[in-house]
Design a protein around this ligand. Structure first.
Ligand SMILES: *Cc1c(COP(=O)(O)O)cnc(C)c1O
Length: 466
């Protein structure tokens, strides 16, 4: 049976549903009661759609885009993570009423603080992602609750304090969100330089948690230095849970603001995140953001649905059994290992560092015996990515061709055409051994481990050496 000829999106989804015992396949005939009993991640319909977009049961095919199985991780370029049925349900219920968004945000903040065992006097804020949290947080440091400053940002020329110290090794793509508030970054390397850089214009020190092993100044040292000089600290720990305890450990270090992304392993709405900090500071953050108008953060909107969805996701995340989750990942990898063993493909020990600074999840890898199969590890990942109608994995951010060009380069015909001719970037592991391939299984949906196993069996059957 050939994957391409026999499988289509409908049979694929039906197979997934059968494998997982969930109603993942779109079934217009499913009743609401039945739907809630058998809720699948992809959502049982709460109302049948009989015309227009969605009426075929395959919204991806209707728009002509390729859906993907996520073997990469919680990366935004392919959609981050997927929400659990309970989260979808709260998003739906969040749409039931109008509400004063500021009132809802304040209540949500208390809910977050309780769930995350936040320090005395602290509360939370649901933001439109961790990047949005950086924008409203840095703006709040500078504006406080002063109206003329709130409307002036990003013009901070007349502000008493608009300099932010950052370790050179902590510079990263998201410091753009600090700079967009009009704050000026001041780079330092050593602890001595950090202290020497503090002047009356300094408002805060930024800490990029995932890069903390690259810097010379630790989180607690950063907090101590800032406190001694009356300036703020911000910890960007966006992708750094699990382990869940970091939700309370990092704010307890004493950072004035800490952010976590909601659209990564917390599995909340894609455009959600949160801040934890002192009540007054969080109020200034909310003053800088939607629903308020004439603010830098008016484009950082979170809707009522997002707020409810995020809180539910956070609750589920905090209450999960981390050991059980790990066992589930191992079982998924085991499903794949069992299926590929007859082809001389062997499972290598899983790689897992529970103390890693971010993206703490096991990755699994396998070794292809070149005497038995005519394939390299790269070939395997390419075959998975080329799988249709649903691709398995992708080759990095370049896959969509969305890169800027140098002024001297010719204009691209179209991003999509470019992507097709792109040479895939080689994943790191193959550089170690070209016969190895590996990936993460944490963002798989129920049944997708079996799907990958079946696809690998098909690929390996064709690549068998005589
Ligand atoms: C993902 C990420 C962000 C952005 O988070 P969003 O919720 O996607 O806005 C910021 N900082 C770091 C370190 C991240 O990994």
């Amino acid at each position: 049976m050939s994957w391409n000829t026999v499988w289509n999106r409908r049979t694929f989804l039906s197979a997934l549903a059968a494998l997982s015992g969930n109603a993942i396949a779109p079934r217009a005939e499913a009743s609401v009661a039945e739907g809630s009993k058998m809720a699948g991640i992809d959502g049982s319909p709460i109302v049948p759609i009989t015309s227009g977009l969605g009426s075929t049961g395959d919204i991806y095919a209707e728009l002509g885009v390729t859906p993907l199985v996520n073997i990469n991780g919680t990366v935004t370029v392919i959609g981050g993570s997927v929400m659990k049925p309970e989260v979808m349900e709260l998003i739906r219920r969040g749409n039931e009423h109008f509400v004063l968004i500021d009132e809802l945000e304040k209540a949500a903040g208390k809910f977050i603080a309780k769930l995350c065992k936040s320090p005395e006097g602290c509360t939370g804020l649901v933001t439109g992602g961790a990047a949005a949290a950086l924008v409203v947080g840095y703006s709040a440091f500078m504006t406080e609750d002063l109206e003329d400053r709130l409307v002036s940002v990003p013009d901070t020329t007349n502000f008493p304090r608009n300099e932010v110290i950052i370790q050179k090794s902590h510079r990263y793509a998201f410091d753009h969100q600090i700079r967009q508030t009009g704050a000026k970054l001041v780079e330092v390397v050593t602890r001595e330089e950090m202290i020497a850089a503090i002047n009356p214009k300094t408002v805060a020190i930024h800490f990029t948690n995932i890069l903390s092993d690259h810097g010379k100044v630790s989180g607690p040292e950063t907090v101590a230095i800032a406190r001694a000089h009356g300036i703020y600290t911000f910890n960007d720990a966006s992708a750094d849970v699990p382990p869940v305890r970091r939700l309370w450990d990092y704010p307890a270090v004493g950072f004035d603001l800490t952010t976590f992304s909601g659209g990564k392993d917390i599995c909340g709405p894609q455009a959600s995140g949160m801040l934890i900090g002192k009540e007054e500071l969080i109020r200034w953050c909310l003053l800088n953001m939607s629903p308020q108008e004439d603010r830098i953060g008016r484009c950082c909107k979170v809707g009522k649905e997002t707020i409810f969805g995020f809180l539910k996701a956070l609750e589920i995340f905090v209450n999960q059994d981390e050991n059980a989750t790990l066992r589930m990942y191992d079982e998924r990898a085991e499903t794949i290992s069992r299926a590929v063993a007859p082809f001389g493909v062997t499972a290598l020990p899983r790689q897992y560092n529970p103390d890693a600074l971010g993206n703490v999840t096991p990755t699994y890898s396998w070794h292809v015996d070149p005497k038995k199969l005519n394939m390299t590890g790269h070939d395997v990942l390419q075959a998975l990515a080329d799988t249709r109608p649903v691709g398995i994995g992708t080759f990095g951010a370049d896959a969509s061709g969305m890169r800027g060009r140098k002024a001297s380069d010719p204009k691209k015909e179209s991003a999509v055409q470019k992507a097709k001719s792109d040479v895939p970037t080689r994943p790191r592991r193959e550089q170690v051994d070209p016969q190895m391939f590996g990936f993460a299984v944490w963002q798989l949906k129920p049944g997708e481990d079996k799907l990958i196993a079946d696809r690998l069996v098909e690929v390996f059957s064709k690549a068998r050496k005589a």
